[in-house]
Design a protein around this ligand. Structure first.
Ligand code: ADP
Ligand code: S3P
Ligand code: MG
Length: 195
């Protein structure tokens, strides 16, 4: 239990950092929710290292996510993702942004839950669609009707993402506002760190 009274002057980032302790902060949510962008900015605000699991997968494999899906298929990608996440989550505190499917995979979900505090960037379909339709880097959306695919993924995945420790609504507000809301959620989090 952390029963040390915070000084009134502690900034939001300082309070969040103290509440996080040695845990990692792990961003989960659907494609376009802002895990990579908001995760990076949150790490900066907290003054802890940032890592994006997709970037790490691309670095170690020397292939893009799209190339990996084409060459080996989704199942192999998930196995690689689980291995990379296990390594990234070994020590904290860090901010780790995952790819949208990581938390849905049982093996990765177990590691993520064990690895620290999870924050779900929850977003409505229109918000996600406006963001993801500008790029063609996401292999799962290379379908005849990508918006419908995104909606189907929402239905399947949102009940699982809902298991997260913290939930922040991702919407069209300034990214700095999103970061502040994430920091406030961490600072207010009652889940105690296990020794
Ligand atoms: N609050 C926001 N307002 C406007 N654009 C955003 C916001 N959050 C993220 N974005 C943009 O949406 C796109 C998708 O974000 P990204 O971080 O790649 O999402 P994810 O990693 O969850 O798929 C990026 O271009 C990012 O800059
Ligand atoms: O939702 C998914 O299954 C995926 C999301 C992507 O990451 P982002 O959520 O960062 O776009 C990436 O890992 C891969 O294309 C698969
Ligand atoms: Mg991302």
């Amino acid at each position: 239990m952390n029963d040390v009274t915070e000084p009134v002057s502690a900034t939001l980032a300082e309070r969040a950092k103290r509440a996080l302790g040695r845990r990692n902060l792990i961003f989960i949510g659907l494609m376009g929710a802002g895990k990579s962008a908001i995760g990076r900015m949150t790490a900066q605000a907290l003054g802890v290292p940032f890592v994006d699991s997709d970037h790490e997968i691309e670095r170690v494999s020397r292939m893009t996510i799209s190339e990996l899906f084409t060459a080996y298929g989704e199942e192999e990608f998930r196995a690689l993702e689980a291995r990379v996440l296990k390594r990234l989550l070994r020590s904290g505190p860090r901010v780790v942004s995952t790819g949208g499917g990581a938390y849905v995979n049982e093996r990765s979900r177990r590691q993520i839950k064990k690895g620290g505090l999870t924050v779900w960037l929850n977003a409505e379909l229109e918000v996600l669609w406006e963001r993801v339709n500008k790029r063609d880097t996401r292999p799962l959306l290379k379908t005849e009707n990508p918006k419908q695919t995104l909606e189907n993924l929402m239905r399947a995945r949102y009940p699982i993402y809902a298991e997260a420790d913290l939930v922040v609504l991702s919407r069209d507000v300034k990214k700095e506002t999103m970061v502040e809301e994430v920091l406030a959620a961490i600072a207010d989090c009652k889940k105690a760190e296990t020794p």
